[in-house]
Design a protein around this ligand. Structure first.
Ligand SMILES: [Ca+2]
Ligand SMILES: [Ca+2]
Ligand SMILES: [Ca+2]
Ligand SMILES: [Ca+2]
Length: 292
């Protein structure tokens, strides 16, 4: 498949979780207990403005008073105190599907990867210098995978893709080649229900890693460390007693070390931030403030 894989800068974040399976909203502006607005959910994480702090890409219904209305894509910029700003509209009529964010083409701007639910088409939207995104370009059709993440998982400087198959039982990887195409897929992990995946260099060795939460096992967050042998290491428990959703990895306080961000189940409380120590260990979680 065509792909513009080139240098990934840093181990910067890629993406995340759950799109818009949110409940249709009634009130337009009342924030949920996690600080996001009604019908707003996090689609991906990445450093949109290049300030070293990972930002949130969120989707939200354009008209919360209508049961079915198109979703818009916005960014909430992260700050060094771990909080997030108000949503800034990026793209109208974004659609529904899986979103990932990473600098795929190596120009220093975060690009977006989007798999449309209705068609299974996989698109790339290149990030531009002015903060906008270029027209979506088809990478491949028939991409029947979900929980899509982008990062340099084999440490060769080119962006790779990891995604879960439709049986929800195995992770596959597509490796970025020098000629700008992707090769694969190769099965890189199985045996867990890999929901809640997110990509970042969690253990600080310069190679993008994957975190994964198995919704059936419930209380463990796993690390699948990227390795230079072209795969992901066997899952290891990263955090215990981890009953959260919308789990994301990125540098949410801009200190150069990957952190974990998550929401309590059913959005029942504020988002929490586990600050990374840079070696795969984390501080106790602190509450995250999100502007309305
Ligand atoms: Ca940022
Ligand atoms: Ca690579
Ligand atoms: Ca790593
Ligand atoms: Ca950090």
């Amino acid at each position: 498949m065509a792909w513009t894989a080139r240098l990934l800068t840093t181990g910067a974040a890629a993406a995340a979780v759950a799109l818009a399976n949110a409940v249709p909203a009634q009130a337009a502006e009342s924030p949920q207990r996690d600080g996001l607005l009604d019908s707003e959910s996090i689609g991906a994480v990445g450093d949109y403005d290049g300030d070293g702090v990972t930002d949130l890409f969120t989707t939200r219904m354009s008209n919360p008073d209508v049961m079915v209305s198109p979703y818009n894509l916005s960014v909430r910029k992260g700050r060094k105190d771990g909080s997030f700003g108000s949503p800034e509209l990026l793209i109208r009529n974004w659609g529904t599907g899986w979103t990932a964010a990473a600098d795929v083409n190596g120009d220093g701007r975060v690009d977006l990867l989007f798999r449309e639910t209705d068609t299974s088409d996989l698109y790339l939207l290149p990030g531009q210098k002015d903060g906008s995104f270029g027209a979506k370009r088809l990478i491949t059709g028939g991409f029947d995978y979900n929980h899509i993440q982008v990062g340099d998982f084999n440490g060769d400087g080119k962006a790779d893709v990891v995604a879960m198959d439709n049986s929800w039982s195995a992770l596959y990887m597509w490796t970025g080649r020098a000629d700008g195409t992707l090769s694969g897929p190769t099965k890189v992990a199985e045996g867990l229900l890999f929901t809640g995946t997110s990509a970042s260099d969690v253990n600080g060795d310069g190679v993008t890693d994957l975190i994964a939460h198995d919704a059936h096992r419930g209380d463990e967050l796993f690390l699948l460390a990227g390795n230079k042998n072209g795969g992901l290491d066997t899952p290891k428990v990263l955090l215990n007693n981890f009953s959260y959703q919308s789990t994301m990895a990125g540098d949410f306080n801009g200190d150069g070390k990957a952190d974990i961000l998550a929401t309590p189940l059913w959005r029942s409380g504020p988002m929490l931030l586990w600050k990374g120590n840079g070696d795969g260990t984390f501080s106790e979680p602190s509450q995250v403030t999100v502007d309305s």
